[in-house]
Design a protein around this ligand. Structure first.
Ligand code: UD1
Ligand code: CA
Length: 449
């Protein structure tokens, strides 16, 4: 059997007023990725073409979509006249004639590809419309699925429901699969004679039945159709997403000692046998190889970590941190745009920015790369096997040769050659007995007051 072609239409024109935000609703992030991009990801995994309908904030939403999914076509719904009207904004895409049309909402980030596949399944048997339904004890606000003898006969929006219909707990999740053969004819037959004066996509159920076409409802888990309307729902979606990701990570061989305290980004990648202790946060673009240990309370973003590395507790890896095999970055250390080569140690209270720390080098406690003069950033190069004594400042641009030593407490402003030793501190002056004399003078002055 040849594969059926599919067009996914993602509706993202709504205003989202309840978010109370200058940012369009569908651009709010879940796990660091805009909600609408999660929906695009599911559509991508399902395969076929993608159309995104924008309206409110069309410029911003369109730009985000182009950036994330250049293959998607965007359509503008200039006026919001309802979900059927929104689908028809993508008329040109529908007219190309696909076997299956999937209608998805741009505000449901937890939609899974399995639900999309389940929705398309009945179309193969000649069903014209498939509606994704879910059961809930609190159906307020959702369209109710009205069934008769196991068949779907109508979807009634809450404001158009009778008392009895309002008690139905089987609800419309919003997602639909429509046979491409019938889609345009059904959508064009929708009118706006209802309480809201909108063109409801849901009306195609009754229209299809009037034309003796088959309509079914498929039940899915609520999460799949959880739509985000406000920031409380946004946090609920985030929580569910994180739970899914933690489970996926653990099943793939990553140890999370307190999974509920670890936060991943949409693109976090972690290798087998890596151990993540409690309270670790991953921002975007972090890749961790195998057998790494990330101790508690570490914050990572834009970092690449090779196998056997150890991080934290309380480490901060910022974009461009590149840790090679067995590198160590310890407590209260910040690494930015810097390579820590194989086996190098940056263990305590240190800032390393715009730098290379050579293999097996040892960076003492409190070392700071002074990389910024208020205008530009400069590079610090520390050669392999070098030893930087505690509480040193390396004033960039600067290079410390391989195997070189920097004495503790140095402010280093000149390059140190391979194997050299640099002292960059004032010589100590010690005055015998002067401490006792000082104490006596101060205490006499206090008594005289
Ligand atoms: C819709 C369904 C309802 C279902 C619920 C599930 C209809 C008529 N109602 O109601 O049965 O229970 O979703 O969450 O379909 N949109 C546009 N352009 C428009 C109108 C809407 O793009 O002109 C987009 C919105 O951005 C949103 C989606 O369509 O992503 C759903 O619209 P919304 O107004 O939220 O529909 P509900 O009233 O929630
Ligand atoms: Ca909604």
């Amino acid at each position: 059997m040849t594969e059926r072609s599919c067009l996914s239409i993602i509706l993202a024109a709504g205003e989202g007023t309840r978010m109370k935000s200058a940012l369009p609703k569908v651009l709010h992030p879940v796990a660091g990725l805009p909600i609408v991009c999660h929906v695009i990801n599911a559509a991508r995994a399902n395969g076929g073409e993608i159309a995104v309908v924008t309206g409110h904030g069309a410029e911003k939403v369109g730009a985000a979509v182009k950036d994330f999914a250049p293959e998607a076509n965007t359509f503008i719904q200039a006026e919001r006249k309802g979900t059927a009207h929104a689908v028809l904004a993508a008329r040109r895409a529908i007219e190309q004639g696909h076997d299956d049309i999937l209608v998805m909402f741009g505000d449901t980030p937890l939609i899974e590809v399995a639900a999309l596949e389940a929705a398309r399944e009945p179309l193969k048997r000649g069903v014209a419309v498939v509606v994704m339904g879910f059961r809930t004890d609190n159906p307020t606000g959702y369209g109710r699925l009205i069934e008769d003898n196991g068949e779907l006969v109508a979807i009634r929006e809450e404001r158009d429901c009778s008392e009895e219909e309002r008690r139905i707990k089987f609800c419309n999740g919003g997602l639909m699969a429509i046979s491409g053969e019938h889609a345009l004819a059904l959508l064009d037959a929708v009118d706006n004679r209802n309480a809201k004066g909108e063109f409801y996509l849901t009306d195609i159920i009754e229209i299809a039945r009037d034309r003796n076409l088959r309509v079914v409802a498929e039940e899915v888990a609520f999460e799949n159709v959880l739509g985000i309307n406000n920031r409380v729902e946004l946090s609920a979606a985030e929580a569910i997403w994180q739970q899914r990701k933690r489970r996926e990570m653990m099943l793939a061989g990553v140890t999370l000692t307190a999974p509920e305290t670890v936060y991943f980004s949409h693109d976090t990648e972690i290798g087998q046998d890596t151990v993540i202790e409690p309270h670790v946060f991953f921002g975007p673009s972090v890749t961790v190889a195998e057998s790494v240990v990330i101790h508690g309370f570490s914050h990572l973003e834009g970092a690449r970590i090779a196998s056997g590395a150890q991080i934290g507790p309380y480490a901060r890896l910022r974009p461009g941190a590149d840790l090679h095999e067995k590198a160590k970055v310890g407590n209260f250390c910040e690494i930015k745009k810097a390579t820590i080569e194989r086996g190098a140690k940056v263990n305590h209270l240190t800032y390393i920015g715009d730098a290379r720390i050579g293999a097996e080098a040892n960076i003492g406690a409190g070392t700071i790369t002074c990389n910024y003069d208020g205008f530009s950033k400069f590079f610090t190069d520390v050669g392999p096997g070098a030893f930087i004594g505690s509480n040193s400042s390396l004033v960039a641009p600067i290079s410390i040769g391989s195997g070189a030593y920097v004495a503790s407490g140095s402010t280093v402003t000149e390059d140190v050659p391979d194997g050299g030793l640099a002292f960059g501190r004032a010589r100590q002056t010690t005055l015998p007995d002067r401490g006792r004399q000082l104490r006596e003078r101060l205490s006499a002055a206090k008594k005289a007051k």
